[in-house]
Design a protein around this ligand. Structure first.
Ligand code: IPE
Ligand code: IPE
Ligand code: MG
Length: 237
């Protein structure tokens, strides 16, 4: 059986890591690293648009990140509000549709409001499907899906035999989205950190030592070039 032709990924997922280390390298507070990380988000959105990559999913804040010092968490939430407010007109202009996945009810109300507004107002856009994973954890996502299916089964609306991988996927936050083809992690860490564990089962992985605030065109092109050389066998020969 021939290998699947890889060429260009349809869906790129990124673990945007290394903001703190970048700040340290530049003798700046961590908040500056996160601020520069926001700029890298804008760059990567433009790169996906330029390449005609239709899906981009960014890990912006994990469930575990709630355990960081309060000042950092608050700073990140402030930044998120600022980023969304500033980006909304640009997203409209560029045809970016925003989505968010995660336990969004844990976000401060003002953040949630502005997020909901951006998600609603960009609904009609189709050049790029941009998803922010916020207050997101893959184990929590799979657990929530299991709970929904269990309650359907307990009420007699679903037979346990009818639970398939497809049905479970339909109950994840990512229902309706294609699985990522390429997963990029910056700052050299070789781990998934509770990100899209189910969805990246067959994604190609690419890790770069570059810190997220420094991530730019050259690095993205390198990832795409590497992806194009991969043979996705899906367990076949
Ligand atoms: C990634 O950068 C951003 C978030 C997790 C919110 P970090 O803040 O994890 O930066 P490092 O890993 O400490 O360098
Ligand atoms: C993963 O980075 C989460 C995000 C990029 C939002 P972390 O910095 O939180 O992950 P660990 O702690 O290195 O695994
Ligand atoms: Mg980190």
């Amino acid at each position: 059986m021939p290998c699947a032709v890889t060429d260009q990924p349809r869906h790129v997922a990124i673990i945007m890591d290394g903001n703190g280390r970048w700040a340290k390298q530049h003798s700046l507070p961590r908040s500056k690293g996160h601020e520069q990380g926001g700029r890298a988000v804008e760059r990567v959105v433009d790169l996906c648009l330029a390449h005609g990559i239709p899906w981009l999913t960014l890990y912006a804040f994990s469930m575990e990140n709630w355990g960081r010092p309060k000042a950092e968490v608050n700073g990140l939430m402030e930044m998120l509000k600022h980023f969304l407010g500033k980006s909304l007109p640009k997203m409209q202009e560029k045809g970016v549709r925003l989505r968010a996945i995660g336990e969004l009810e844990l976000l401060p109300e003002k953040c949630r409001d502005i997020l909901t507004k951006a998600v609603n107002e960009t609904q009609g856009n189709s050049a790029l499907q941009l998803t922010l994973a916020l207050s997101y954890g893959s184990r929590q996502e799979i657990t929530a899906a299991a709970r929904k299916l269990a309650s359907l089964a307990a009420s007699g609306k679903l037979s346990p035999q009818d639970i398939t991988p497809e049905l479970l996927a339909d109950h994840l936050y990512t229902a309706g989205m294609p699985d990522p083809d390429l997963l990029i992690r910056t700052s050299g860490e070789m781990r998934l950190s509770n990100y899209l564990l189910w969805q990246v089962s067959y994604a190609e992985l690419w890790v770069t030592p570059v810190l997220w605030p420094d991530f730019g065109e050259e690095n993205f092109e390198e990832a795409l070039a590497e992806y194009a050389t991969r043979h996705r066998r899906y367990g076949k020969r």
